[in-house]
Design a protein around this ligand. Structure first.
Ligand code: HEC
Length: 118
């Protein structure tokens, strides 16, 4: 009986460790605000450079990394599925180097209207 209890405790402990590391691995690297500031806001933003085809390889890589976090970040408002769909469209256009599609997919107002909290 004692042995069973001990095994149980060990199992719970191992689960806690596993869950802990999983959460750390899953937590997005950048918050939405950070992604907006680094990738979308202002003149000459990363998103504009990628759309215009003037981004360097590093800038493209950073933009792609920001989008991974954006996809993983919980939408402040609206359906998470809709959020993921919007981010996926941006990711696809950026990956294809399709500037027109990127400008259309990264529609600031459409996304803010649907998903930005008050
Ligand atoms: C895929 C959805 C999406 C797109 C596309 C998007 N945004 Fe955002 N943006 C958000 C959300 C959601 C917030 C609110 C974040 C929060 O409050 O945590 C936000 C917040 C912001 C903020 C405020 C950041 C802060 O520090 O409070 C700025 C500035 C901004 N966006 C600029 C832009 C610009 C410019 C574009 C277009 C070029 C754009 N965004 C496109 C989702 C998006």
């Amino acid at each position: 009986m004692k042995k069973v209890m001990l095994m149980g405790l060990l199992a719970v402990g191992a689960m806690a460790v596993l869950l802990g590391t999983n959460q750390a691995a899953l937590a997005p690297k950048y918050t939405i605000k950070e992604v907006m500031k680094k990738g979308f806001a202002g003149k000459g933003s990363l998103h504009a450079k990628v759309a215009l085809g003037t981004a360097t390889a590093e800038e493209k890589a950073l933009f792609a990394e920001l989008l991974v976090s954006l996809y993983e970040d919980p939408a402040p408002r609206g359906e998470q599925k809709s959020w993921e769909g919007k981010v996926e469209a941006i990711q696809k256009a950026a990956k294809d180097g399709n500037g027109k599609a990127l400008q259309a997919a990264a529609n600031c107002k459409a996304c803010h209207d649907a998903h930005k909290g008050k």
